[in-house]
Ligand binder design. Structure first.
Ligand code: SF4
Length: 411
């Protein structure tokens, strides 16, 4: 501790995280180019270390960005592992010189930091298996605490908003707390099925976006309050019943998305494993006849996925709530509705993996959900350029309209 502290909002699980190093079933840096900040780059350049210098010479290259936080990158080898990793799965820089020598990204991962109105918010990324265990395996749902953090502790603050600022007046930023609270209340409302909770968010954010586009952003907080009342009075149920599943359309759309990601090359062995199990369980291969895949999906959903998720729905609920908190949802992308669509896309994609895995294994376990969520978070969700590009493409085709998004989510 440096002696000074800073107010912070964190999920209950946050302080329980400890990296399990060589025991970890994945590695943080596997398959990724690790961005190295300028200060760390200069520390590495000044090292006179016969063991590390050849590794730096081979793998540390200038970043195309050349910014303070992304000044150089450590490239992984052909085995897709970080070249700094020892045979025991531990980082050589940390082992020899301690954590202060690590670059910012390695020092803080999987911790994620934002600031809302000057208050630090910290959470963990589900792309780390140990973090994902803490996030997912809480049957009572995620809760948050205001705590005091060491003000000098290293953190990479990636998002900053100030709902109280004069510049925010009349914009979604000013309504941030009303939007965030309603979103989390909906996601944690267990009197509705998870699919329906996503659909309620769709109904809410479709109208919220209309208000913003019509220059009525100052009405967002009232709309959040009114929609909360509709949920409480159950007035929203008839609207939810108007969305009926269409498995053939859903699988056609999702298969296009899977193929788009496959086309970029799969780097994570764990995601490749989850995907292979899903494809094998559903017979979802290139050229597969939809008439065979649809009954396989519906059977697995009914016999394996739904019975498991009706008992363990908190696993996906916690993942979604963590995503909302960590990404400053719904202000992560330029539009409220885009944030919703990406959340729905993440959910639909992981659900497809799980239904397919349940077909292949004739059942599901907590470990299966951990594998699907963690590997998806690392391989797909983290690649913002890919998911945001998908949103643009899908919007161009008209597939981000709510009835289509509902087809992705429902059933
Ligand atoms: S993925 Fe998480 S638990 Fe595994 S080595 Fe990295 S920080 Fe540690």
């Amino acid at each position: 501790m440096t002696g000074t502290t800073k107010r912070a909002l964190v999920p209950h699980y946050f302080h329980r995280f400890v990296c399990i190093g060589g025991e970890c079933e994945d590695t943080c840096c596997g398959g990724w180019q690790v961005p190295v900040d300028r200060a760390a780059y200069l520390r590495y350049a000044a090292l006179d270390d016969a063991e590390l210098l050849p590794i730096f010479a081979e793998s540390l290259r200038e970043s195309p960005e050349r910014t303070e936080h992304d000044y150089a990158r450590i490239h992984t080898g052909s085995d897709r592992k970080c070249p700094m990793m020892s045979g025991e799965g531990l980082c050589r820089i940390q082992l020899k010189y301690g954590e202060p020598y690590l670059c910012d990204v390695c020092a803080v991962y999987p911790r994620h930091a934002n600031e809302v109105g000057g208050v630090r918010e910290q959470s963990l990324s589900a792309s780390c298996p140990e973090a994902a265990r803490l996030i997912l395996f809480q049957p009572d749902g995620l809760e948050f605490d205001e705590v005091l953090l060491d003000a000098g502790a290293r953190a990479l603050v990636t998002g900053r908003i100030d709902p109280e600022s004069r510049l925010a007046a009349g914009t979604p930023e000013a309504a941030f707390w009303a939007l965030r609270i309603l979103t989390i209340q909906i996601l944690q409302n267990r009197s509705y099925a998870l699919d329906d909770r996503l659909l309620m968010l769709g109904l809410f954010y479709e109208k919220a976006q209309e208000l913003v586009d019509g220059g009525q952003g100052d009405q967002l907080a009232d709309w959040a309050q009114g929609f909360g009342g509709m949920i409480e009075s159950e007035a929203v149920r008839p609207l939810l019943r108007s969305f009926q599943p269409k498995t053939d359309v859903k699988l056609t759309l999702l298969n296009i998305l899977l193929q788009a990601r496959d086309g970029m090359g799969i780097r994570s062995a764990r995601y490749a494993d989850a995907l292979a199990r899903c494809r094998s369980g559903l017979g979802l291969r290139e050229g597969a006849a939809l008439e065979e895949v649809v009954p396989a999906y519906e059977h697995a959903c009914r016999e394996y996925y739904e019975p498991f998720i009706s008992e363990h729905g908190y696993l996906l609920e916690n993942w979604l709530v963590n995503h909302v908190f960590k990404t400053l949802f719904p202000l992560h992308t330029p539009s409220l509705y885009e944030d919703f669509c990406l959340l729905a896309l993440h959910y639909a994609w992981v659900k497809l993996l799980l239904v397919g895995m349940s077909a292949q294994g004739q059942g599901l376990s907590n470990e299966d959900v951990l594998l699907a969520v963690q590997s998806y978070s690392k391989e797909v969700e983290h690649v913002h350029a890919f998911t945001e590009g998908l949103y643009v493409t899908l919007t161009g085709l008209g597939y981000t309209r709510l009835p289509y998004v509902a087809l992705l989510v429902k059933g």
